[in-house]
Design a binder for this molecule. Structure first.
Ligand SMILES: Nc1ncnc2c1ncn2[C@@H]1O[C@H](COP(=O)(O)OP(=O)(O)OP(=O)(O)O)[C@@H](O)[C@H]1O
Ligand SMILES: [Mg+2]
Length: 429
């Protein structure tokens, strides 16, 4: 365990600024003078370039959003002997490879940017997966990987890795980045890797932009693997591409990621898109309409502000979609993470909710109806053949039957409202 009071924030091996512990346990971020003299690139839309230090609230919201939530965080903090709320210590120990382009390193530590320094973890990975299957309450993947000095957000267990020719590696220094994320089985949510693999591929079939993903096997273990869209392979190196999620861009801490607890809804996301992603104009709003429809159909009720991201390269762009899976197939209190109109409940979404949603994302109801209609038609055509394809490739799983039932019911439900929206008399539009 380290014990510094200052961390360096690096972007492409250059120091962007520093992060200090604040008395409250929060963090304080400040851009470095060199960075400000050389560029106007900001690490977040919520942290524009300026000389003055940022307040603990806004600084902490951005950096804390880089950390895992729930169990992995608790175990890692325990193993390294710090409090799980101690964001500074977490970043100090695990900040070398994060979502986006930033590396967070102890100020006094040794910096090693030589590329291609990885260690194969195939054996460790199988051992960890064995443990998780044998005792899911006790073990999670990330904390089992003792050499992992990396961090990735989210509530589910996962591990960023470097993947080459079906072998898995962890980076040994901050010059060597991960390229993929793997998500193992979860005892509480049966066959979740298949669920995600199926939904991600269905999303691609309807024209949503998603990273490449697939199911992989090691020994007897099956898990979900997705390419990182915030990494680019070159002949010599893996390059990090900067990104942030909508909560980070709005300065909203992870504990408020759900709209019901103060997180962003479609209106706020669209307003942010209007302000910063305006060069893509119309497309961005259509993206919201399509993803809302798709999530409704597959029963993905967990699309909160951390499940949409922005790529912060020359001009900010909507990132590919990720974390698309059906939560409705599990016996949960299924409520949408973002309201459709004014309701969070699938069965309470009515024509007027969709009209309100159209207003939130600033498109006409007829336009929404035609986009929804298009999405419904493509999904209706694609979902059963895709299921058959997956079953052939990966073998039978009950989750496929559950997915088919959920999608079929939701298609029927949404179809009715779609028709009603199209035929709504002009005076209501
Ligand atoms: N393909 C990807 N490329 C780059 N970054 C990604 C990718 N997939 C996920 N991420 C990053 O990792 C974070 C966690 O991933 P994801 O949302 O899939 O996990 P999760 O634990 O299921 O999330 P949740 O907390 O919503 O349940 C995302 O918020 C995003 O920042
Ligand atoms: Mg997520």
């Amino acid at each position: 365990m380290y014990t510094q009071n200052r961390l360096l924030i690096l972007w492409d091996e250059q120091v962007v600024g520093t992060l200090e512990r604040h008395g409250t346990g929060k963090l304080v971020f400040q851009y470095s003078r060199d960075w400000l003299n050389n560029t106007d690139r900001a690490i977040s839309l919520s942290l524009p370039c300026r000389e003055k230090r940022y307040s603990p609230g806004i600084s902490t919201a951005f950096f804390e959003n880089l950390l895992p939530e729930n169990k992995a965080r608790t175990i890692l903090a325990f193993n390294h002997r710090f409090d799980k709320k101690d964001t500074f210590s977490f970043l100090e120990n695990f900040g070398a490879d994060c979502a986006g382009a930033l590396s967070i390193l102890p100020e006094a530590g040794k910096m090693d940017f030589s590329p291609g320094q990885y260690e194969c973890i195939d054996t460790e990975l199988i051992e960890a997966l064995d443990k998780i299957v044998a005792d899911p309450d006790k073990f999670t993947l990330f904390p089992e990987m003792k050499k992992a000095r990396l961090s990735i957000a989210g509530a589910q267990d996962k591990l960023p890795v470097y993947l080459e020719e079906d072998r898995f590696y962890l980076p040994l220094n901050s010059g060597s980045a991960t390229t993929h994320i793997i998500k193992p089985v979860n005892a509480a949510f049966p066959d979740i890797p298949r669920n995600e693999a199926f939904c991600m591929e269905l999303a691609r079939k309807i024209g949503l932009t998603v990273p490449e993903s697939r199911l992989m096997k090691m020994g007897t273990h099956e898990f979900f693997v997705i390419n990182r869209y915030d990494r680019k392979m070159t002949a010599k190196n893996v390059i990090r591409i900067h990104q942030e999620d909508f909560c980070q861009a709005m300065g909203v801490p992870a504990e408020r990621k759900y709209q019901e607890s103060g997180g962003p809804g479609f209106l706020q996301c669209r307003q942010l898109a209007d302000e910063f992603l305006s060069d893509q104009g119309v497309d961005v709003r259509m993206n919201f309409a399509r993803i809302m429809t798709f999530n409704y159909l597959i029963g993905n009720h967990d699309a909160h502000g951390k499940n949409f991201s922005i790529i912060l390269e020359q001009t900010p762009q909507f990132a590919p979609f990720y974390d698309l899976l059906s939560t409705q197939v599990y016996p949960l209190d299924n409520k949408f993470a973002m309201a459709v109109g004014q309701t969070y409940r699938l069965d309470r979404v009515k024509e007027h909710s969709l009209k309100r949603f159209a207003r939130d994302i600033n498109i006409r109801p007829q336009k929404l109806a035609s986009l929804m209609d298009e999405t419904l038609r493509v999904v209706a055509k694609a979902y059963v053949p895709l299921m058959t394809e997956h079953e052939k490739k990966y073998g039978y799983s009950k989750i496929y039957d559950d997915l088919i039932k959920v999608i079929k019911d939701n298609l029927e439900r949404l179809n009715r409202f779609c028709d009603a929206l199209i035929f709504l008399p002009e005076r209501y539009l």
